[in-house]
Design a protein around this ligand. Structure first.
Ligand code: SF4
Length: 290
């Protein structure tokens, strides 16, 4: 099976045609024979088929929307960075535990933005506001930008932009291990994951590269009531652990509460991952465990 993301249908905002990338993409998808429809807003897409929530979800994941991002600021992105850098929204993947189940609901169609110069202009302004401090941006906070990179080139352009910005940082090379679950044999399973990651990194790293430049972030599994409702509607047979009584309730930075593991479980997991980090990536920077 091809792992390339080829959308089944594409919507585009007519305003996207005012940008060279928008024009090129619309022509490219037409040439590929993909169904194209104009839409008034990339935030309100109607016409995604499916008789059930599960079918609509699957179809949404195969739907690409080409839009213009109009907001003049970015959302904060604690604890991994100062700001989210919105290159793309959503991801064609269908992981049940995905964080996007909370933020994007049942129709998580993939959105790309053609006004990248304007988006990077906002990043420039935010960097200036925080001078002389360094400002860090996260490019995958509400998306996986990789599957659509072949269409947009947005990551390439962004990496080049940050190469010219002495006070801005795109999130450095690192691993985010998430979500971390507790299950029978979890320690050995995650130990193997860390071991394998270290081996693969050594094989692929460019010469002269050192793991001092690597960051590690660990995020334990958590869920919101909204995510649970969406997940159970879209994946009725889900076996994700989402029993509220087994968890501790905690308010989050965006105003909604979430169910996290109990404090003693969190402590055990934190110590375990700190040990694993020391063992397999002794020079790397552990940014946080949450
Ligand atoms: S963003 Fe990550 S977790 Fe979510 S569906 Fe895509 S690959 Fe899976």
């Amino acid at each position: 099976m091809s792992l390339e993301f080829i959308p089944t249908r594409v919507f585009y905002e007519p305003g996207a045609l005012d940008y060279p990338l928008g024009k090129t993409l619309v022509e490219r998808f037409k040439y590929m024979g993909i169904t194209m429809s104009p839409t008034t807003s990339h935030n309100r897409i109607t016409g995604i088929p499916g008789n059930t929530a599960a079918a609509q979800y699957r179809e949404a994941k195969r739907t690409l929307v080409i839009g213009v991002r109009r907001s003049k600021t970015f959302q904060s992105c604690k604890p991994s960075a100062h700001y989210q850098l919105p290159l793309v929204t959503s991801c064609p993947g269908m992981c049940e535990y995905c964080y996007l189940a909370t933020t994007l609901g049942k129709k998580p169609y993939v959105r790309i933005y053609v006004n990248l110069d304007e988006i990077l202009g906002i990043a420039s302004n935010l960097i200036k506001e925080r001078l002389p401090e360094m400002t860090q941006f996260e490019g995958a906070a509400t998306s996986d930008p990789i599957p659509v990179e072949r269409y947009t080139g947005a990551l390439k352009q962004t990496i080049e932009f940050f190469g010219r910005e002495p006070n801005g940082r795109f999130h450095p090379l690192g691993f985010i291990i998430a979500p971390i679950f507790r299950f029978e044999g979890w320690q050995e399973a995650y130990r193997q994951l860390m071991e394998r990651s270290a081996e693969e990194l050594v094989k692929r790293a460019p010469s002269g590269w050192s793991s001092e430049q690597l960051t590690l972030e660990f995020i334990s599994h958590r869920f919101t009531s909204k995510a649970k409702a969406t997940i159970l509607e879209v994946f009725p047979n889900s076996s994700l652990p989402m029993v509220e009584d087994e968890r501790k309730f905690k308010y989050g930075q965006f105003g909604y509460g979430k169910y996290i593991y109990q404090p003693e479980e969190m402590q055990e997991m934190k110590e375990f991952f700190q040990d694993q980090a020391k063992r397999y990536f002794p020079l790397a920077q552990v940014e946080y465990f949450i």
